[in-house]
Design a binder for this molecule. Structure first.
Ligand code: PDD
Length: 287
C-alpha cells in the first residue's frame, strides 16, 4: 500500500514520517477540535461552511489560528492533489499544542498543532438501486457532555455510543436527552418526516451544527414545498415517523428503516428521502 501524504505543522510528508509529541494536549486531554470535509473527484462539498465551523470551534476553546479561507483552500487543494482516491474525507485537527508539562490550565505561548490527512470514504450510496438496505437504529439516552456544538476531538462519549450500536448489531444510535427529545446520532444529525412535514432538532449545545444538515435544510427550503421545521422532536414522535434520515459528511443522507427493531413508517426507503437525496446529488457542489 502506498503511504498517504499528510500535513503536519507546515510540512507535507508521508504519513509514516509524521510524529507528534506525547505531551501534545490533543493526546493528553483531547484538547483540540477537528473537521471532516468530503471531496469527490477532488471537489469539496461545503468547503466554506466547514472552515467557518472550524473557526467557531477554535474560538470556542480559545485557540488562535486565524487563517483566511484562501489559505485553507490552497492547503486543502494541495493535500487532495498529493493523495489518490475519488471519494475522500479531508480530516483537519488542531490541538492546543505541546505542553511543557502535564497541567490542566492552558500553557502560555505554545503553538497549536495542525494535522491534516485524507482517507477513503464510501462513494455516495444509491439506496434506490435495490442493493442497499436502509439503516437500523437503536435509541439511547445521550450521555455526552453539554457542549456538543463544538466539534471537539474529545469523542469518547460518541465512540461509546457508536460502539454500543455495533454491539446491538445495528448501524447507529438515535440519542435522546433527559426530556426524551432527540439530539442527534453518535456521528450524524437527524431528520424526521411526518405527514409532509420535515423536522430536525433546532441548534443548541446538545448537537453539532452539521454542514450536511444545513445543506439539506437549504435544499428543502429552496427547491420543495415541504414544511421544514427546526424544533424539538420527542422520542415518541420519532417512533411514529414516516421516515427518519441521518446526515453527515461521510454518510451524506442515509435513510433509516427500523428503530429499536420496529419498522419506521412502511419499513422501506421513503419517497421524501429519494427526493431530497436526488437534490443533494444535483446541488452539493454549490455549497
Ligand atoms: N461527524 N453530529 C456529530 C456528532 C458528528 O460527529 C457529525 C459528523 C455530524 C454531521 O456533521 P457534518 O454534516 O458537518 O459532517 C453530526 C464526522 C463526519 C466525523 O466525526 O467523522
Amino acid at each position: 500500500m502506498t503511504d498517504s501524504i499528510v500535513f503536519l505543522n507546515g510540512t507535507f510528508m508521508p504519513q509514516s514520517e509524521a510524529m507528534i509529541s506525547p505531551l501534545d494536549r490533543g493526546f493528553l486531554f483531547g484538547d483540540g477540535i477537528y473537521e471532516v470535509i468530503p471531496a469527490y473527484d477532488r471537489k469539496m462539498v461545503g468547503f466554506a461552511p466547514h472552515i467557518r465551523r472550524l473557526q467557531n470551534s477554535l474560538t470556542a476553546i480559545g485557540i488562535n489560528l486565524d487563517w483566511s479561507e484562501d489559505k485553507w483552500r490552497q492547503l486543502l487543494s494541495e493535500l487532495l492533489r498529493q493523495n489518490s482516491g475519488d471519494s475522500l474525507a479531508i480530516y483537519i485537527q488542531v490541538s492546543r499544542g505541546v505542553s511543557p508539562k502535564r497541567q490542566h490550565g492552558f500553557p502560555d505561548n505554545i503553538e497549536p498543532t495542525l494535522f491534516m490527512m485524507c482517507y477513503a470514504i464510501k462513494p455516495p450510496v444509491n439506496y434506490d438501486d435495490g442493493n442497499h438496505q436502509g439503516l437500523h437504529l437503536v435509541s439511547q439516552q445521550d450521555l455526552r457532555w453539554r457542549q456538543c456544538h463544538i466539534k471537539s476531538t474529545s469523542l469518547l462519549g460518541n465512540v461509546l455510543h457508536y460502539q454500543s450500536s455495533q454491539d446491538h448489531n445495528v448501524d447507529e444510535c438515535l440519542l435522546f436527552n433527559e426530556a426524551e427529545q432527540i439530539t442527534e446520532a453518535s456521528s450524524c444529525n437527524v431528520f424526521v418526516v411526518k405527514n409532509k412535514q420535515i423536522f430536525t432538532p433546532s441548534l443548541d449545545s446538545q448537537l453539532l451544527p452539521g454542514i450536511t444538515r444545513a445543506i439539506v435544510l437549504d435544499l428543502l427550503r429552496t427547491h420543495t414545498d415541504y414544511q421544514v421545521l427546526e424544533q424539538n422532536i420527542s422520542l415518541q414522535q420519532a417512533r411514529s415517523a414516516d421516515e427518519i434520515w441521518l446526515t453527515s459528511s461521510t454518510k451524506n443522507i442515509a435513510p433509516a428503516i427500523t428503530l429499536d427493531g420496529e419498522k419506521i413508517g412502511s419499513g422501506k426507503i421513503g419517497k421524501t428521502y429519494k427526493e431530497v437525496n436526488s437534490l443533494f446529488n444535483q446541488f452539493k457542489y454549490d455549497y
